[in-house]
Design a protein around this ligand. Structure first.
Ligand code: COA
Length: 153
């Protein structure tokens, strides 16, 4: 297993992140290129990537800082060949740490009711399942809204 390193997003990663998102989500759910651009350049965006030993980006997490100490995980994407190795967990933990350091106290995210892997990951990270939203996703799937209170290190 090659070493996976986490680092900050750089603009040169943009195309690769779009490609990873298309490989992680079905076409109706994956972000369009313009949506991804607006997510990553938004003020208060926190985007971290994971790269393999050859320097290829294989996963990323994108989050936003919102008002009054609230944050939102917009997406977490790990390429299929790199799943089940703790990459998603590491990206989430570092992202939470970065957000807590800038005063974010509560973090929210959404996941499909059918996404067992993501639910297990978020449960292991201490997220609480707040409510189920019917037809939350463009493909008609219901979503769960999850929340976690962050502790400043
Ligand atoms: C969900 C996703 C991000 C998980 O990433 P990952 O790097 O494979 O997850 P990790 O290896 O860090 O797993 C951490 C924990 O999550 C849980 N988990 C992850 N994948 C799982 C699976 N397929 N089944 C059950 N539990 C799983 C486990 O609790 C695991 O801990 P463990 O390895 O000690 O058992 C990844 O599957 C993915 O990118 N899927 C497609 C995109 C997506 O669904 N993103 C989330 C949208 S909300």
């Amino acid at each position: 297993m090659s070493t996976i390193t986490l680092r900050e997003y750089r603009p040169g990663d943009f195309r690769r992140l779009c490609e990873i998102d298309r490989r992680c989500f079905e076409p109706r759910v994956a972000y369009e290129v313009w949506e991804m651009a607006s997510i990553l350049r938004r003020a208060g965006a926190v985007t971290l990537v994971a790269e393999n030993a050859r320097g290829a980006v294989v996963a990323f997490v994108a989050a936003h800082r919102q008002k009054e100490g609230k944050g939102h995980i917009v997406t977490l994407d790990v390429l299929p060949g790199y799943r089940g190795r703790g990459v998603g967990w590491r990206l989430m933990r570092l992202c939470e740490k970065r957000l807590a350091a800038v005063g974010i106290g509560t973090l929210r995210l959404e996941t499909s009711v059918n996404n067992r892997a993501a639910q297990a990951l978020y449960r292991s990270l201490g997220y609480t399942f707040l409510k189920r939203v019917p037809r939350y996703y463009p493909n008609g799937e219901d979503g769960w809204i999850l929340e976690k209170r962050l502790v400043r290190a």
